[in-house]
Design a protein. Structure first.
Length: 406
């Protein structure tokens, strides 16, 4: 970690003094988005800036992942890729088929960013109101829970990853979103364990239900709707929503020992997880959100507003987005993920138009330390943050509150 801090110190000197660099950028190309939705950058990096950012990024990740990284990393600034790395194999155990920039990774809870923005798109179009109770769209749902409660993780609903594990469900049968809804309706008193709106509690149940609301209001499947409004217009050609029919083509995830995670009964639930994508496609997603072309400013402001203010601290949650509200006024918008061996990081710095993306499928917990690189772009006070194994949002087994899925 001392080495990492040294690189960040060198980067801060570069940012202040504009020293020229010696290393070439890994890519240095504008990200292709679409003709109709192509956001344009108002800045152009000089060759010196590009080289410096690339050099610091490479040294940072080389020291962070000296060995054992099976995944992809992308760092971008002002619409330009300044560093990209693909390491390892699709078949991690047998060391077969090298990972490349078109290899889709399971995003785990980074999928929630798409679910949330799909709901907000329907809100913009007047097809739903996030202040409505969920029962207006899903008959029989616990009273008092609003769509906004689901989006902001303030519904009071327990995490299905835990209660379904103890429910007596036949684990030889895959649980579906509809199965989960029916279980919630029949077991309201146990599933609704905190009054809605009372406090923040990260629960994957919220986003599985949001996926059903998307289907109810759009008249399309969750996968069809996301493809139509996001993946196709943004030319995110390597992105898709996983279903069991994709088992053969989708890349598996692995334990740190190299053993593959088998499919389990929770793997068919979507909305909280189950989007596969690449770092390049996520960069297109970031650029589209920043461009103001896909969403109105008021919608984005709602998404990036902190809603959990009952406890003081930097960490907070918006509508589908985690954020760090830094005391100096900076705001870091991000989401992490963890499901089986898939660990993912999607970090956005709106002020600097910078993005850091790290995706892996071999249970490498060090991906969450990627936020420490933010300080080369702005004063986000991350370089001295202690790296914690479970600092990410819950999406796997063993999460933020001493529980499971991150």
């Amino acid at each position: 970690m001392k080495t990492i801090c040294c690189y960040l110190l060198a980067a801060s000197i570069f940012a202040c003094c504009g020293q020229s660099g010696q290393q070439q950028a890994a890519a240095g190309t504008k990200a292709p988005v679409t003709d109709s939705l192509a956001p344009t950058s108002t800045h152009t990096l000089s060759k010196s800036e590009l080289n410096q950012y690339a050099s610091v990024s490479r040294h940072f990740f080389d020291s962070l992942f000296m060995r054992g990284f099976n995944g992809t990393i992308l760092v971008a600034k002002d619409g330009e890729v300044i560093y990209q790395r693909c390491s390892g194999f699709k078949n991690f155990r047998q060391k077969k088929d090298s990972i490349n920039e078109h290899t889709p990774f399971h995003l785990a809870s980074v999928s929630k960013t798409f679910t949330a923005m799909a709901v907000l798109k329907l809100w913009e179009e007047g097809k739903l109101d996030i202040h409505d109770e969920v029962s207006k769209y899903l008959a029989g749902f616990p009273a008092g829970v609003t769509i906004k409660n689901l989006l902001s993780q303030r519904s009071g609903l327990a995490n299905y990853v835990h209660f379904m594990d103890q429910s007596g469900w036949d684990k030889r049968k895959f649980l579906t979103n509809q199965d989960l809804l029916q279980y919630i309706i029949k077991n309201k008193s146990t599933v609704q364990h905190v009054p809605p709106g009372k406090h923040f509690e990260y629960s994957n149940t919220n986003y599985a239900m949001l996926a059903l609301i998307i289907e109810k209001t759009s008249g399309q499947s969750y996968a069809e709707f996301l493809s139509k409004i996001f993946f196709e217009p943004l030319k995110m050609g390597d992105s898709y929503v996983f279903s069991l029919s994709d088992t053969a083509k989708s890349m598996k995830s692995y334990k740190i020992t190299g053993r593959a995670y088998p499919l389990e009964f929770l793997d068919a639930v979507y909305g909280d997880k189950n989007i596969y994508s690449t770092a390049q496609d996520l960069m297109k997603w970031d650029m589209a959100l920043r461009s103001g072309i896909m969403f109105k400013k008021v919608t984005l402001d709602s998404a990036y507003t902190p809603y959990s203010l009952e406890k003081r601290g930097k960490r907070n949650y918006g509508l589908g987005w985690r954020m760090l509200c830094i005391p100096n006024g900076k705001k870091l918008i991000y989401h992490n993920g963890w499901w089986h061996g898939n660990r993912t990081v999607f970090i956005r710095m709106p002020d600097e138009e910078a993005t850091i993306i790290a995706l892996c499928n071999n249970d490498n917990k060090r991906v969450y330390a990627s936020k420490q690189l933010c300080d080369i772009f702005g004063n986000y006070q991350q370089s001295h943050e202690k790296f914690e194994e479970l600092e990410s949002d819950p999406d796997g087994r063993g999460g933020e509150n001493g529980q499971g899925k991150k």
